[in-house]
Design a protein around this ligand. Structure first.
Ligand code: HEC
Ligand code: HEC
Length: 520
């Protein structure tokens, strides 16, 4: 691997077309990995496949927001850089994210308003200890910590617009506050007939399995989910409904991701694949509800939300059925009469009442989410992990799983509450961009600018701790992969060539690459 001096760099750039030159300069300016070399892509390896020198900073993926593994690793720990004066708010926010909400009315306004239909009673019931959800491995256990999203295609002129399913809305709520449901005495269809507020349906997963065989004969079993909706309370859904099954992701490091400068994300995008590496990467431009302007989506599995404020407030409204100043509606559609008739949990005691969750409590949960630290790396010195690190870059994983970023300066921070996360080198292993992952991973349901086969590159930080934190081994958007190896084997579309390189490694090299990913 050569490390060109400035004169070599200039010579290299002279051989490039202007488009390549721009992208080289852009990358050279952007890369904060202590990189080896740059060059134009047709004559040289793309930058992301060059193995950078090991940096001490890799041991602390969250920079000064890196958390200890003692007494146990977890993804809902406080970022140590949070100033002492703000720590009580973090803890209050975590208590609100953990506490089970109850049906209204109760004697206390502070924790009622659940539903009338909902998916879970608490944020951390799905994101247990801040980690991933558990997707049932059998077809009899109801889906709990995943969500089902629904839309229908509607023709407007020459365009197709995707709108929420008319009777059930954009998200399937599988729980309701009705006692009949709580005690599992009757099913949703019977509850509607009896005039009770019914869950919209019960959701189960059926798994289809197939095997994959490596050139060396090693066999891996892969499974693919299909959704099995039972007891649809209001009859069949629209015939053209597209469904998206999404497992709850890890939520550590959210504030750090929000602190990545917009320009750094834009600089990695290559929508027309001008560097011809087969990997494009698009920004999901979405409306930022804070500014009313378009901004890159960073959050959600299709990067369809621009801010933590929106994802937290949206989760309260849709996942818990708790109305709030950003989303004042109950999760009932106009077809769901009994749902609309239920009492709400709007308090009267607060000056900002009128919502089940007043603004000051919403802000506490946003603070909690903003200030989740990232667990430190393990086993980085292990020889296999080091060899795997090289293979990770050489195979091209880093083309999408962008290892590191520099967070914005305090002056550039979107909110003054994030300034302690400024100027950090962080290692999330994602470019936060959308990539076409091919037909096997497609949900065929567009979301914002994202197509049915595009997904946001999943951050890999902390991934090796997932099972230890809360028992979840479910990887990929719908939890189908149960190991890192299975997740890689499902990569297709833009990642096909990279997957092929992984498949072509010998068994020892594959184990080394997997050991590296597990050490993140
Ligand atoms: C029923 C399970 C469930 C509950 C309850 C739930 N979530 Fe989530 N959460 C999800 C799923 C599924 C996603 C992915 C959503 C998507 O892609 O559209 C998600 C996404 C997120 C993200 C974005 C993560 C990322 O990587 O972009 C954050 C942050 C988050 N949830 C926080 C919360 C908070 C705070 C609450 C409580 C107000 C909450 N969630 C309640 C399932 C849940
Ligand atoms: C073209 C871009 C691209 C390349 C190249 C790529 N990935 Fe991914 N990766 C993604 C996207 C997008 C997802 C999310 C897919 C989904 O959820 O269905 C993902 C998901 C994953 C996951 C699952 C993470 C989780 O939390 O569920 C792992 C593990 C992973 N990738 C590892 C790798 C490794 C190792 C390589 C190199 C061999 C690689 N990826 C190459 C884009 C890419």
């Amino acid at each position: 691997m050569h490390k060109p001096g400035l004169s070599r760099l200039v010579a290299l750039l002279k051989q490039c077309t202007s488009v390549q030159r721009n992208s080289v300069l852009r990358l050279a300016a952007l890369m904060i990995v202590t990189a080896g070399s740059v060059g134009c892509s047709q004559s040289e390896q793309p930058d992301s496949r060059i193995v950078p020198a090991v940096s001490e900073a890799e041991l602390r993926p969250g920079g000064n927001a890196t958390t200890s593994l003692m007494p146990f690793p977890s993804f809902d720990k406080l970022a140590p850089s949070l100033p002492d004066v703000d720590k009580p708010d973090f803890h209050a926010g975590r208590a609100l994210a953990r506490q089970p909400w109850v049906k209204a009315p109760t004697i206390t306004d502070a924790r009622d308003g659940l539903g009338p239909v909902y998916n879970a009673r608490a944020c951390l019931a799905c994101h247990v200890r801040g980690g991933k959800g558990l997707i049932p491995a059998d077809s009899q256990t109801p889906l709990f910590s995943g969500l089902v999203k629904m839309s229908i295609p509607v023709k407007t002129g020459d365009d197709i617009e995707w709108l929420p399913e008319p009777t059930y809305g954009e998200q399937l709520q599988t729980q309701s506050v009705a006692l009949q449901h709580q005690l599992r005495l009757s099913n949703p269809v019977e509850m509607v007939a009896a005039g009770q507020v019914a869950p919209e349906a019960y959701a189960y997963i059926q798994w289809q399995q197939h095997t994959f065989t490596y050139p060396d004969g090693t066999i891996v079993t892969l499974r693919q989910p299909s959704l099995d909706l039972q007891h649809l309370a209001y009859g069949d859904m629209h015939a053209e409904t597209a469904f998206s099954l999404r497992n709850a992701p890890m939520i550590q490091g959210m504030g750090l991701l929000e602190m990545i400068p917009e320009e750094a994300i834009q600089a990695l995008a290559d929508p027309d694949d001008q560097d011809q590496d087969g990997i494009s990467g698009r920004v999901n431009q979405v409306l930022d509800i804070r500014t009313g302007e378009l901004a890159p989506g960073r959050f959600g599995l299709k990067a369809n939300k621009a801010s933590i404020n929106e994802i937290v407030a949206g989760a309260f409204a849709n996942d818990l059925g708790i109305s709030n100043p950003l989303f004042p509606e109950q999760p009932c559609t106009s077809a769901q009469i009994d749902c609309l008739k239920q009492p709400d949990g709007n308090g009267t005691a607060h000056e900002d009442s009128g919502f089940e969750l007043p603004d000051h409590l919403l802000q506490l949960v946003i603070r909690f989410t903003n200030n989740l630290g990232v667990p430190k790396r393990r086993n980085a010195d292990d020889a296999d992990v080091q060899a795997g690190r090289s293979l990770f870059y050489q195979s091209g994983c880093a083309s999408c799983h962008q290892p590191s970023f520099q967070t914005a300066s305090a002056e550039q921070a979107v909110s003054p509450e994030l300034t302690h996360l400024a100027n950090q080198t962080i290692w999330p292993y994602t470019d936060l961009l959308l990539h076409d992952m091919g037909p096997d991973l497609a949900d065929h349901r567009p979301d914002g600018d994202a197509s049915g086969s595009e997904w946001r590159t999943a951050p890999l930080w902390g991934i090796g701790l997932s099972a230890q934190v809360n028992g979840s081994r479910n990887l990929l958007h719908d939890g189908r992969a149960q190991t890192i190896e299975e997740a890689i084997l499902w990569h297709g579309g833009e990642a096909s060539a990279v997957r092929q390189r992984f498949v072509a490694l010998d068994s020892q090299q594959r184990q080394q690459l997997l050991a590296f990913v597990r050490s993140l």
